[in-house]
Ligand binder design. Sequence first.
Ligand code: ZN
Ligand code: ZN
Length: 437
Amino acid sequence: MAELIKENDMLSDLIKKQDLYKAAKNNKISDQDTQRFIDSIFSNYFLDNDNINFLVKNGYNFFSFSDEEFCFCLSGIAFENCCKANMNKEKSKSYVPFIKAIINNEQYNEYLQFSLKLFETTYSNLGESEKCNFLDCSNKSVENRLYNIDFESTKYLSSNRKNIFDNNYKMGQNFFEEVNNDQFKYFGFCEEHYNQIIDIPMTKQSSDEDIILFNFPAVVNKLFLARVQLEALKTEFREYFNSIEEEAVKTIFIYNIKKVSNHVSSLLNTYSFFIEILKGGSNRYGIAKFNLPKTNNFRIKDVFQPQITPDDFKVVNSINNLFLSENFATIVMYGDRTNSFITMVYDKKNENLKDFFNQYLKMVQAKTKSEAAFISNCSLILADNILFDKEWFDNLTEQDILLYSALNKFRFQHPNMGQEYLKMKFFAGFNKGNNFF
Ligand SMILES: [Zn+2]
Ligand SMILES: [Zn+2]
């Protein structure tokens, strides 16, 4: 029994540790002017090299770990006593880091085998100890599927790949491939609660509680996979970091680790927000509901990351500032025989997220048909596991396929300013843009 109690506390313990990590004070900032300048850089959507250099000079370590900082792995202890103390001193001759592998096709295949094995081992280990995330349930979690779809009878395409480390996307390629349930597995709920949540029918009359519960698996799925990714990176760092020779490769490796660490911390915030509202008694949530004609063209069940508020251009998520928490909302589609019900759940206590919804919903309501375009664009551009019906997709022009590929994936890579600008421009004109209904 003792072990069961410990397992119950595992996630809340992790939440406390990431709070600690975030609250660590930066003591290198010299004066108020510097602080003001830093604040203004932090309100940028995209950091250019000058911004990053300035931040680095003032104590924001983008590319290195300092001994005293809380370890990226969210253990809650200092780096020097955690992952640094556990590094393998021997160098491996066969190890190829991601950054080097993407330049060389042959090495990329090797990297894929290496990372898939690392991903699968970490996934099973974490799954082994994962308990059900349903409130007050202490059963062990079983392996769940994100989508309740029979992929044998209806074929869908997605850019989502099973190995989370397989993310070498090149502009000008089609990223959408046929998928099956294997690609959307995670540990989140016990059998009973998984079946309960996946069967909640959505209607115009659905209660807030049902809607929140129906959206919850999108968060649990993302958090579980992000934790697997961070844990795997921790293993890779400890085992192989000393095998990397080039300074430039080391700094990018550290940057990527810090990015994933921030991703997990931020998802833990979203997770605790959902737990708080599911417990009841809190009205800090907002729900956006859309009732549209039925479509078979696409499906979505995911978290998404709004970029900028459309009216006053406040940043909701920065593309490359890993010291800014990521802000998520959920987007889930439910279809019955005649309708598609789309619901989004977000944290109203988060000012910029709240403003994003208020401003977009106002715009959307003012124009007919723009609801469909808004949902299409959120699903394609701001989320990452949209499913397209194969028959519908096969009728698209080559140009559309490449455009949708780029719009879907480049938000999560390291786009340059020009690519980002093109995409923002496209998204800003969403009412003339994509519509998958
Ligand atoms: Zn560590
Ligand atoms: Zn349960």
